[in-house]
Design a protein around this ligand. Structure first.
Ligand code: NAD
Ligand SMILES: O=C(O)C(=O)C[C@@H](O)[C@H](O)[C@H](O)COP(=O)(O)O
Ligand code: ZN
Length: 382
């Protein structure tokens, strides 16, 4: 896709990946500008919009109108909302629908929705005709600050989270911040976990700012826009240096080794949203770091306090229906994509903003930690 100046007034960042570089535009009402933005870059393309039913009911007509105005013919493919759509069955249906719509190599798939849709539609785009380009139009906080950027796409397996997928970068990201006005509070909160993650990884000043100003971020306005931009900038920088997670990109997995195991244990269901699992997983990563003597217990407490203050879960007893036995969690952890020759990798921390990739973490230490966490949950049921 050729680089172009944007027809709309929006904040613009760039993911620098040589021939796969692309823009991230952030601002209100970008859905209405999607036609002009895409036509400026890919005139004459045919589009297939993938959306879940909830997002389709809210925004499909508007984006279709924008595409019609820019003379971009578009078909729509609807799927059920929720993590369950990151499945082989739904993936097959989307792939067949894209082929049926005669989406060719020069055309575009448009992922309109949250991270589920971005991961699913992006993966479908990566395989149809051995790869067609796609555009991310993220409509949740989580997808605007994280999943729409970086090119990880995929679906879940019975063995665990995101175990089938591909690296396939989008050619453009249009984050319409006004779409967040219709997002349910629980979903906004879940997305906030990934915002806080950037502070915890390597930006202590950002985390401190969030501790002071999180209410403004939740309320909307400039603080929210700033938080989205800071998050995208942090992710774009890491992805630009390590597109395929051979090194530092693994830092973006802070909280995810525990979190993905918890998502599997709760059946990839609405009992625990991805962002909620990440919040709990980050609290656990810091408590585990403290247990290993890597950071002070007060640091882990500070992290937990902030996540809890915004209403995110930080302890196992807050997961509706529980998470089952520790052996089930350990099985899921053994399937984590960061495992190398059977050795476990975790993202641990020496402090707020001091995350690092810890390779060859002893399974016995992880198990003992999870047993302690489980005992504590059983002693204090919610
Ligand atoms: N590829 C990556 O780098 C990456 C990064 C983080 C997370 N993820 C994945 O993203 C997924 C989670 O994404 P999510 O939290 O966006 O979930 P989601 O896509 O399921 O969206 C959450 C819910 O909000 C609804 N919704 C979306 N936009 C809305 C809007 N503007 N108004 C009202 N309702 C709206 C959806 O219908 C859905 O029910 C997980 O599968 C996770 O693994 C991927
Ligand atoms: O982009 C990344 O890299 C991340 O790890 C971002 C995570 O927030 C995201 O949930 C990602 O899908 C997890 O990646 P996975 O490789 O552990 O499945
Ligand atoms: Zn995540």
């Amino acid at each position: 896709m050729t680089e172009t100046s944007t027809p709309t007034a929006a904040r613009r960042l760039r993911v620098d990946l040589a021939a796969r570089s692309y823009d991230i535009l952030i601002g209100p009402n970008l859905i209405d500008a999607a036609g002009a933005e895409i036509a400026a870059r890919r005139p004459g393309a045919r589009l297939a919009i993938v959306a879940d039913e909830t997002v389709a009911n809210l925004y499909l007509a508007r984006i279709e109108a924008a595409f019609a105005q820019a003379n971009l013919p578009a078909t729509a493919i609807r799927v059920a909302p929720g993590e369950g759509s990151k499945s082989f069955a739904v993936f097959e249906r989307v792939v067949e629908a894209l082929i049926d719509a005669r989406i060719e190599r020069g055309d575009l798939v448009v992922a309109l929705g949250g991270g589920v849709i971005g991961d699913l539609a992006g993966f479908a785009a990566s395989v149809v005709r051995r790869g067609v380009d796609f555009v991310q139009v993220p409509t949740t906080l989580l997808s605007q600050v994280d999943s729409s950027v970086g090119g990880k796409t995929g679906i879940n397996s019975a063995h665990g989270k995101n175990l089938v997928g591909a690296f396939h970068q989008p050619v453009l990201v249009l984050a319409d911040t006004a779409a967040l006005d219709t997002l349910p509070p629980r979903e906004f909160r879940a997305g906030y976990a990934e915002v806080a993650k950037y502070g915890l990884i390597d930006d202590a000043a950002f985390f401190a700012e969030l501790e002071s100003n999180w209410r403004e971020v939740f309320a909307g306005g400039p603080a929210r826009l700033d938080a989205i931009e800071t998050s995208c900038r942090a992710k774009a920088a890491i992805v630009g240096r390590d597109e395929r997670e051979s090194g530092e990109r693994a830092l973006l997995n802070l909280g995810h080794t525990f979190g993905h195991a918890l998502e599997k244990a709760t059946g990839f269901s609405g009992r625990l949203l991805h962002g909620e699992a990440v919040a709990l997983g980050m609290a656990q990563a810091f408590r585990f770091s403290a247990r290993l003597g890597l950071c002070a217990p007060s640091v882990a407490q500070r992290v937990e306090d902030h996540l809890a203050e915004v209403g995110l879960p930080t302890r196992l007893n807050q997961v509706a229906g529980g998470v089952g036995p520790v052996d089930g969690l350990m099985d899921a952890i053994a399937q984590d994509k960061k495992v190398a020759r059977g050795a476990l990798t975790f993202i641990l921390a020496r402090g707020v903003g001091g995350a690092f990739v810890a390779r060859d973490v002893a399974p016995d230490a992880v198990k003992a930690f999870l047993e302690a966490e489980t005992l504590e949950a059983e002693a204090a049921p919610a």
